[in-house]
Structures are given as C-alpha cells and as structure tokens.
Ligand binder design. Structure first.
Ligand SMILES: C[S@@+](CC[C@H](N)C(=O)[O-])C[C@H]1O[C@@H](n2cnc3c(N)ncnc32)[C@H](O)[C@@H]1O
Length: 203
C-alpha cells in the first residue's frame, strides 16, 4: 500500500503512518461515534448524513483522487467538521488501518458487483473481509449494504450465513434517516430494484 506524497486538501484525512493501526480519535480529534462509507463516490450520502447527524463523525473512503477532492470541497463548503474523506483502498482500510472495536457503523452502498464469474474474487464481501469487519466494528456496531445487482445480493446473504457471527436486523423502508446514494437514484431511474440488508455485531 503506497502512502500519499502530497498535502491533504481541507476535509481530507491522511494517516501519519499508512502501515500502522490508527487511533480513530485522531481523525476528527474527538470521540463521537464513527461511521464509514466505503466507496463513497460523489459523497452525496456522506454529506447528507453528516449534515443530519452533527453529533456523529463520517469518514468516506474512496480510491479515485478526483472524487476525493470533489467530496472534500463539498464538505468544506458546507462547513462540516464531522465529515472527511480518506483516499485508500476499502479492504485495506478495514483490514489494516482500523483497530478492533473502533467503528460504529459501516456503509457499503452500490459497490461494484463484479458480475462475471471470473471476477467474483474481486467482490469485497468475502470471508476475509467479513472477519476484518467483524473485528473493526464495535459490539452492537452495524453493517449496511445495498446493491442493484440481485446475484451480488444473494452472494452477500450467503457469505453472511457462512460467516455466522453477525445478526441480521430488520430494515423496513424509511425506518430511519438514510438518504439514497447517487448510484441508487441512477439505478432506480432505470427501473432497477435496489435491495438492502442490515447486520449487527452482537453486543
Ligand atoms: C459503483 S460506485 C458507488 C458509489 C456510491 N457508494 C453510490 O452508491 O453512489 C463505487 C465507488 O467505489 C469506489 N471504489 C471501488 N472500489 C474501491 C476500492 N477497492 N477502494 C476504494 N474505493 C473503491 C469507486 O471509485 C466508486 O466511486
């Protein structure tokens, strides 16, 4: 994993050391609950959540620099102290950067479904990712997943069943504030159905 050799833009989070577990309270310099949006894209979900819940912190993870800068600019424009973006690879962040019991809620929304069988190995939700996620979530912490891809949805349910340690929670429509992402809006405009599932690490 290569570290960055440039100055962070406002609202961007760059760890001091990309090869050591970070102290999560150094991201926002406070101990508010922490939510992570993996592959935050254009950041519309992240920004709306940060505006709605000033008493929680929101960290977007995104590998594309252009998107990172765009989301950071939006967060800066909106004066959001509780919203930052980290430019890094999603799995690495969960597996190597965050210590155990440090994340309150993780969002994985409309990730790349890697539809071809020979690419399934690239899907993020697999046993090793789930093991890392299980460790990184706090007891009672949640994992929220959405996809427009029915076969990836089934895949995730099967991976979760195999993993066994999470409990599935109900997630009725509009159960709580949860804005649609840019991709969800795009898929729904094309008539696709976006499915959702919510899991919890037991207390
Ligand atoms: C299909 S888009 C979904 C974006 C957003 N979550 C939404 O629903 O609108 C996937 C996003 O994840 C990012 N991404 C894909 N693989 C990634 C990885 N391994 N690490 C970090 N970001 C990744 C892509 O650059 C892209 O912005």
């Amino acid at each position: 994993m290569q570290s960055e050799h440039r100055k962070p833009v406002p609202n961007e989070f760059m760890p001091d050391d990309y090869f050591a577990r970070l102290n999560p309270s150094t991201i926002f310099n406070n101990d508010q609950p922490l939510e992570i949006d993996l592959g935050c894209g254009d950041g519309s979900f992240l920004i709306a959540m940060a505006q709605q819940f000033p008493e929680r912190n929101f960290l977007g993870v995104e590998r594309l620099l252009g998107r990172v800068k765009k989301v950071c600019r939006k967060a800066e424009r909106e004066n959001l102290d509780n919203c930052k973006v980290l430019r890094l690879e999603s799995k690495y962040v969960i597996e190597w950067l965050f210590p155990e019991n440090s994340i309150d809620r993780l969002h994985l929304l409309c990730p790349d479904p890697w539809p071809k069988a020979r690419h399934h190995k690239n899907r993020l939700v697999q046993q090793d990712f789930l093991e890392a996620l299980y460790k990184a979530l706090k007891p009672g912490g949640e994992f929220c997943f959405k996809t427009d891809h029915p076969e990836y949805f089934e895949w995730v349910e099967e991976e979760m069943n195999t993993f066994q340690k999470f409990e599935q929670l109900e997630w009725p429509e509009d159960a709580f504030f949860y804005p649609k992402t840019d991709f969800q809006l795009q898929w729904e405009a094309e008539g696709k159905v976006v499915e959702r599932a919510r899991f919890q690490k037991p207390e």
